[in-house]
Design a protein around this ligand. Structure first.
Ligand code: TNX
Length: 521
């Protein structure tokens, strides 16, 4: 005889299982959240805070900065939860159910960008020394909340956050990415999207490669042909484009709202065909060059012996410095194979003086170390270790962008449909497993200002393609710049990165699904 398979006991068990699976996920261990970059310290207290729809943001202090930080958090909460969160001024002790933002100098080690995030069963409190720290802390809140954004919490409009304290600050002060807008031009909206990605991973520098052989991309009012003519093409022969000074200001302001500094680059004396095509007088033979749409490097040079060249550079740097609230102007200096070394050295020396005249500091690719560097100049190490050492021996600092590790235009492997591979194939693990400090032997931590990942755009034509090369490597570069090397480990990192596929999906990012990562989605 057949037994009745569903006994009352079994039925009870099934009911229990159903109830549990319909319940919201309850986070209770803050240390298990997949935060990238990995915070300096996380202490869990094993409980959770419930964020309800009536939760408000309270800010201590009435400054414009605090209001902005509150608004920034509110906008991000709205994007995540769909509900408006009102912002109020706080006074006295914080009270239950709300989020509090405060500037406080109690913990000086937080520095310019550090923050402390305390979550109790009663409230969430974010403190920092400086407003930038609050904005970095908001990214942590975003990452924690959106990882809990299952459909159940969305429906109930109740969000749970594990309790504990995160104390967090970066190891390097310069954590950036470069976007080459010259080989292919990308409009303001694409650049803003790129800025959003940097902000989410607490990066703070955006380097824009604004000129090269294939196109001049920034309006210079005293030399109008640079954009009128020199911007009109790009690799492959498309229309190119440029930023008017108003559009550029819009980019700079947008970056500033995220506490990201824009570093503009005018590459010289090589990589200048677009300028040489726009103004015949910049060529030694006085003849304008043809516009160029190929991908060769090292064939162009400004005429370093003509005074007009320095008048040109002075005008460009003057206008650029006026558009640049940040401390740096990048002067390029790479691959100037068409410039004789005896011309290159005095050229770079003179350009450093021009940049100093407009109260800015020079960054240049590592070749600039062949000249006499000012102590406040920065050599961006991409290739030549001897140059990096030479820069340090002159008292200059190094920005780490080794092509074999940090070039975002390098293919992941031989099947990657975009990108180049002259330096290396850079899989996601390889991009993560390196230490800026040991890249060039003999450097000390104080010689290095930080790291930058560079996206050259010979093969990259739109946002989708940018995303594919940038993700999922960018979070790793952000972590290298933020988290001490002693706390980093690929096997642990790859699990956190795997969880970030949720964020990529939520942000609709076209990313490379590397087999090296056990993706959550
Ligand atoms: C080298 S890296 C260059 C760029 C190219 C890039 C392509 C450097 C300072 N110069 O001009 O776009 O390789 O990967």
């Amino acid at each position: 005889m057949k037994q009745n398979l569903i006994t009352p006991a079994l039925l009870f068990l099934i009911m229990m299982a159903l109830t549990v699976s319909c319940k919201e996920k309850t986070p209770s261990d803050l240390a298990k959240e997949s935060i990238i970059p990995k915070p300096f310290s996380v202490v869990s207290t094993g409980d959770y805070f419930i964020m309800k729809p009536k939760c408000k943001i309270f800010v201590y202090g009435e400054s414009e900065e605090m209001k902005k930080a509150g608004q920034y958090l509110a906008e991000n909460l709205k994007a995540l939860t769909g509900s408006e969160t009102s912002i109020k001024n706080a006074s006295g002790e914080p009270w239950s159910g709300n989020i509090f933002l405060e500037l406080s100098d109690v913990n000086k080690e937080l520095g310019d960008e550090g923050y402390e995030l305390t979550i109790t069963t009663q409230l969430v409190k974010l403190t920092a020394l400086k407003p930038a720290g609050l904005i970095r802390g908001v990214q942590t809140i975003r990452q924690i909340l959106s990882s809990n954004s299952d459909s159940v919490s969305k429906k109930n409009k109740i969000w749970k956050i594990a309790t504990g304290t995160i104390t967090d600050y970066p190891v390097y002060s310069y954590r950036g990415a470069m976007l080459d807008v010259s080989r292919h031009f990308f409009g303001v909206e694409v650049v803003k999207q790129f800025i959003d990605y940097l902000a989410f991973y607490k990066m703070n520098m955006l380097h824009l490669h604004l000129s090269d052989d294939q196109g001049w991309r920034i309006e210079i009012k005293s030399w109008p042909n640079l954009t009128k003519y020199g911007s009109t093409t790009q690799v492959g022969g498309g229309n190119g484009g440029y930023y008017t000074q108003e559009q550029y200001a819009d980019i700079v302001n947008y970056a500033q709202e995220h506490f990201i500094t824009v570093v503009p680059e005018i590459d010289m004396p090589g990589h200048t065909n677009a300028a040489l095509a726009s103004y015949p007088e910049l060529n030694c033979d006085g003849k304008a060059r043809e516009l160029y749409t190929g991908t060769e490097v090292g064939f162009s040079t400004l005429c370093t012996n003509k005074e007009i060249t320095y008048k040109f550079i002075d005008d460009v740097i003057r206008e650029l410095a006026a558009m640049t609230p940040g401390p740096y102007i990048h002067i390029g200096g790479d691959e100037s194979h068409a410039t004789k070394l005896e011309d290159y050295i005095p050229f770079v020396n003179r350009v450093q003086e021009i940049v100093a005249k407009y109260d800015k500091q020079v960054i240049g690719w590592d070749e600039i170390a062949l000249s006499s560097l000012k102590p406040n100049s920065v050599a961006q190490h991409w290739d030549n270790i001897t140059n990096a050492k030479k820069a340090v021996s002159q008292g200059a600092k190094i920005l780490m962008s080794p092509a074999v590790k940090a070039y975002l235009d390098m293919q992941y492997d031989s099947t990657t449909p975009l990108g180049l591979h002259w330096a290396a194939y850079i899989e996601v693990d390889s991009a993560y497993i390196w230490d800026p400090l040991t890249q060039v032997k003999g450097l000390q931590k104080e010689n290095i200002i930080g790291i930058e990942a560079a996206l050259w755009s010979e093969t990259i034509t739109n946002l989708d393609e940018i995303e594919y090369m940038v993700f999922p490597r960018l979070p790793g570069y952000a972590e290298i710049g933020w988290t001490p090397a002693s706390m980093r480990n690929w096997d642990e990192y790859k699990m956190r990165l795997a969880d970030h596929s949720r964020h990529f999906k939520a942000m609709d990012i076209n990313y490379y699904k590397s087999k090296k990562v056990p993706w959550a989605e």
